[in-house]
Design a protein around this ligand. Structure first.
Ligand SMILES: Cc1cc2nc3c(=O)[nH]c(=O)nc-3n(C[C@H](O)[C@H](O)[C@H](O)COP(=O)(O)OP(=O)(O)OC[C@H]3O[C@@H](n4cnc5c(N)ncnc54)[C@H](O)[C@@H]3O)c2cc1C
Length: 621
């Protein structure tokens, strides 16, 4: 039965049958893990998501966040109990080692749980999520003193954390920041400046909040190279570890937003009274390098956020389409006695649902595979194997972040279409999914910036070896699918898309070194979309080949040797229904999406430059 959030059967399929995370359990680092342990975790995560977090979803959206007269930000009241239970359940930092309060969980397993939490209420999950990211920086780059002072209390959820990069004049261009740090004689720094849009910037879930803040030490050079990072607590910490005096970090504003209303998004003023003290993390002028260490996992987490929204929207839409009775079937329209049927019987609705299913399952496989690569980059057997997986992480991260969030927004919009007018109203959750989902396209670097990262940095990284390795994986999928008679036609579509993308990528590489370098930059976003289409085609078809083999095994075991007998099993055997669904999604995606990849690549290769050649005056003349 659907939990209304995530198709657990499909998640199991991706984890065990497609990726094969069992390989991780053979590694020393994950020796405590087995399929049983992972299943226990996923079951507990499901209970936490469904029983504890979901009840905060609509209520948190309605109540939102506000600033009290005393300047303290209040989050939705229902978040308090859920936050306590979430932290007590050990969900804040499962991937961290037991020595610091974690459970050493593989990232891929934690990501599968994250999908459920994101689907349940992402606004809520941002509080522990940001704390995890901030504590992770202190763990990796902090001195023992910093770790003892802050990290343990953050990993347990006792204190909160944030990420303070953005300023009013420095969004995508972090290097333009104006926040300053002045050296003090005792080795600490006086911080002055304003940060905007800071998620969890202030809240009343925890008595202290620890802010990693990007700032420029007085006299350091402009641009990203001159930026350092500081740990700035809301309240200073006494020698005994207790909370001390206020550290002059004030909330200027809490944003009123389209979605994630339960997540406080704050303007923070550091040092209005000249009393804000920060401690350097790592070395001076290493701020950006340090921040980049948490980027891959943070960006993947945003991809999983998109996935969670899309997944919940799909689960609800399918359920609704089975229940909502409207209109007689098209083949019975002339029959005056015909009865109205559930809308899932109408071809257009079925098409919408399969479209949503294909994207959700493809995005799930892509994100979980990338999470698995993060694990393998750490525990692979040889340096070459670890490097190969790290290469996948680098290449796939901007695609997971941008493609997943962009497509998730479309999936949530499509869910509203399935609901009709009811989808637009607050009685059903799909309108909130769409509102909440949009932010995933914007923060952690806008999707436009992700596309530039893919085209400008990631394609050429490692002399193109990362792309070639990925293409090798896709090639194997094509060959395998071709060996399954009914999938060969669809494998040919993936092959056509694959050659077109290889061709365009090589054209970009040549243009990048010539006066035509603006073409790849101008087309970075469409390129990322096309690259994502190809990757999803690969993951879906890879899944379909596995499903084909499983089905053949089931049919043989059950003596289903005719089309009729096989069809009959779909209605009685849930595994048959599931695997048939996997194959249907892959076939549909290949025809619906992959067939247009080649023409999109050809269009880019025409080198059209109108958007940059037309006069700015002409845009709204
Ligand atoms: C709800 C919410 C929560 C947030 N949480 C945090 C947080 O916790 N911490 C934090 O530090 N920040 C946070 N942010 C800020 C977020 O990361 C920024 O909004 C984002 O990086 C974009 O910056 P900007 O809004 O200034 O847009 P701009 O940088 O002004 O960008 C506007 C548009 O121009 C494009 N653009 C800009 N530069 C280029 C370029 N060189 N080439 C091509 N296109 C370009 C962008 O892609 C975008 O489409 C949050 C924002 C929101 C709305």
């Amino acid at each position: 039965m659907s939990n209304g959030l995530v198709n657990m059967r499909d998640q199991s399929f991706v984890l065990y049958e497609q990726i094969g995370i069992q390989k991780l359990f053979e590694k020393e680092q994950f020796a405590d893990y087995s399929e049983d342990v992972v299943e226990m975790m996923r079951n507990e995560a499901e209970k936490m998501a469904v029983n504890v977090i979901v009840p905060t979803y609509a209520e948190g959206d309605k109540e939102g966040c506000h600033i009290d007269k005393d300047g303290q930000v209040r989050v939705p009241r229902c978040y308090h109990d859920a936050y306590k239970k979430f932290c007590q359940g050990g969900w804040l930092a499962p991937t961290k080692s037991p020595e610091v309060g974690g459970q050493g969980t593989p990232v891929v397993v934690a990501s599968s749980c994250s999908e459920m939490f994101s689907a349940a209420n992402f606004a809520f999950i941002m509080y522990p999520g940001l704390t995890l990211g901030a504590a992770g920086l202190i763990e990796r780059f902090g001195t023992e003193e910093l770790k003892n002072k802050y990290m343990y209390k953050m990993y347990s959820g006792e204190w909160g954390g944030t990420m303070c990069l953005t300023e009013p004049g420095a969004g995508s261009d972090v290097g333009a920041l104006k926040t300053t740090a002045k050296r003090l004689p005792d080795g600490r720094y006086l911080i002055t400046g304003t940060k905007s849009f800071i998620s969890s910037g202030d809240q009343d879930l925890t008595p202290n909040i620890i802010h990693p803040v990007l700032a420029r030490i007085e006299g350091d050079p402009p641009g990203t190279g001159g930026i350092s990072i500081f740990i700035v607590p809301k309240y200073r910490v006494n020698d005994d570890g207790g909370i001390g005096e206020f550290n002059d970090v004030r909330v200027g504003n809490v944003e009123h937003k389209m979605g994630i209303k339960g997540s406080s998004t704050c303007t923070l003023n550091f040092g209005d009274e000249g009393k804000c003290i920060g401690e350097l993390l790592g070395n001076e002028r290493q701020g950006i390098r340090i921040m980049f260490h948490m980027m891959n996992e943070a960006r993947l987490e945003v991809g999983v956020q998109g996935l969670g929204h899309a997944s919940a929207a799909l689960e609800h839409a399918v359920q609704y389409a089975k229940e909502r009775i409207q209109s007689v079937p098209v083949w019975d329209m002339k029959n005056p006695d015909a009865k109205a049927v559930p809308i899932i019987m109408h071809p257009d609705v079925r098409r919408d649902l399969l479209w949503m299913k294909a994207y959700v399952e493809g995005i799930r496989a892509m994100n979980l595979f990338t999470a698995y690569c993060i694990d393998m980059a750490k525990v692979g057997d040889t340096p070459e194997e670890r490097a190969k997986y790290q290469g996948f992480v680098e290449l796939l991260t901007p695609v997971c972040k941008a493609y997943s969030s962009d497509m998730a927004c479309l999936v949530t919009s499509k869910a509203i279409d399935v609901y009709g007018g009811y989808g637009y109203c607050q009685e059903y959750p799909v309108e909130q999914y769409m509102r909440d989902c949009k932010i995933s396209c914007l923060y952690e670097g806008t999707n436009g910036i992700q596309a530039l990262d893919l085209v400008g940095r990631k394609l050429g990284m490692n002399k193109g070896a990362n792309v070639m390795n990925m293409m090798g994986e896709i090639d194997a999928t094509i060959k395998k699918a071709k060996s399954h008679g009914d999938l060969a036609k669809y494998a040919a579509k993936l092959e056509e898309a694959y050659f077109a993308v290889v061709d365009l990528t090589m054209a970009f590489a040549a243009l990048g070194k010539s006066s035509g370098f603006l073409i790849p930059i101008l087309n970075a976003s469409p390129y990322l979309d096309i690259f994502g289409d190809m990757l999803l085609g690969h993951f879906l078809l890879q899944g379909a080949s596995i499903a084909r083999e499983k089905l053949d095994g089931i049919f043989a075991a059950r003596g289903a040797d005719s089309i009729g007998k096989k069809r009959a099993l779909v209605h009685t055997d849930p595994d048959v229904a599931f695997y048939e669904g996997k194959i249907a999604a892959a076939k549909f995606f290949a025809i619906e999406v992959l067939t247009s990849v080649k023409s999109k690549c050809e269009a880019i290769k025409l080198g059209e430059k109108t958007p940059i050649e037309m006069a700015i005056e002409s845009f709204a003349a």
